[in-house]
Design a protein around this ligand. Structure first.
Ligand code: C2E
Ligand code: MG
Ligand code: MG
Ligand code: MG
Length: 281
């Protein structure tokens, strides 16, 4: 009967819910051991200056190499790490590792190569982030100019914490700050001008259709204009085609990042990239 199948359905859904809750719990307990088991690794994705195709930096992106599950993507575990508070410890590991690599890629006659590091809002809530980062710079010998911090728009709306003070502290150390996934959050333009920001990263959802959809194109042009009015640099995320790159270059976007130039890759592989993408693409 209908009633019966309805009940079965209910059982089915509730079992699914339980399974995904269990799954989360399992991932959380495994993530707890991931650092000591050395299962975490940073991959690096190239950032390219559109004007001349020069490789000018990278974004560090976390990968979890699980013994049974293989490579777990950040979309599967960053949320769990944030909810459980594990992101604080993991984030500290990320900072340390990215700064260590930034040292290898900068200094002694090498052109400036900024390594961008993603930060979660949760890391700002501990209140220790400035001290932690200063400690990491000291321990690794990394210069503040060699790194950039990527934060999301929602962080700027957090009135409770001392986000503004912390960002100013990073700034005064000489660290630059980028707003990630710009255009997908609250887009509170009034906040933008109040915060010490160096770079806007246009979210890949706008770039995806930039050459096929008039509205995406107009939005991207508008974002570039606003960014430049506020004297921010613009990075486009998710650039996959030459047409997209050409559009962005024409409309004054300075930097591009995306599969067109390379997927996130291990440090050793990154070190084999050419210093200019002019001739290779
Ligand atoms: P995000 O910071 O916006 O990073 C960009 C994401 O877009 C990366 O996904 C990258 O692989 C992907 N991407 C880059 N170019 C293209 C492209 O041309 N096409 C498409 N379809 N995708 C592209 P990934 O590595 O899976 O990371 C997902 C998110 O996880 C990141 O988004 C970031 O929010 C978070 N995340 C990654 N590593 C860390 C970390 O160390 N700490 C924190 N707190 N979050 C991280
Ligand atoms: Mg990012
Ligand atoms: Mg992004
Ligand atoms: Mg993102």
């Amino acid at each position: 009967s209908a009633k019966r199948s309805g009940r079965n359905k209910f059982c089915f859904y509730s079992r699914q819910l339980t399974e995904s809750a269990n799954e989360r719990l399992m991932l959380e307990s495994e993530l707890r051991r991931a650092i000591e088991r050395k299962e975490l690794e940073l991959y690096y994705q190239p950032k390219v200056r559109l004007e001349d195709g020069a490789l000018i930096g990278s974004e560090a992106l976390l990968r979890w190499k699980h013994r049974q599950r293989g490579v777990v993507s950040p979309d599967k575990f960053i949320g769990i790490a944030e909810d459980s508070g594990l992101i604080v410890e993991i984030g500290e590991w990320v900072l340390h590792e990215a700064c260590r690599v930034a040292c290898a890629w900068n200094g002694a006659g090498k052109p400036l190569h900024k390594v961008a590091i993603n930060l979660s809002a949760r890391q700002f809530q501990t209140g220790d982030l400035v001290r932690t980062l200063r400690g990491v710079l000291e321990a690794t010998g990394c210069y503040p100019e060699w790194i950039e911090l990527e934060i999301t728009e929602s962080l700027l709306l957090d009135e409770e914490s001392e986000v503004l003070e912390m960002l100013k502290a990073f700034r005064s150390l000489g660290i630059s700050i980028a707003i990630d996934d710009f255009g997908t959050g609250y887009s509170a333009l009034s906040y933008l001008a109040r915060f010490p920001i160096d770079t806007l990263k246009i979210d890949q959802s706008f770039i995806r259709n930039v050459t096929t959809d008039r509205y995406s194109a107009e939005l991207v042009k508008a974002i570039v204009t606003i960014a430049h009015c506020l004297e921010y640099q613009v990075v486009a995320e998710g650039v996959e085609t030459e047409e997209q790159a050409a559009f962005l270059k024409t409309h004054g976007c300075e930097i591009a990042q995306g599969y067109l130039y390379g997927r996130p890759m291990p440090q050793q592989e990154f070190e084999c990239l050419p210093l200019s993408f002019n001739e290779t693409i």
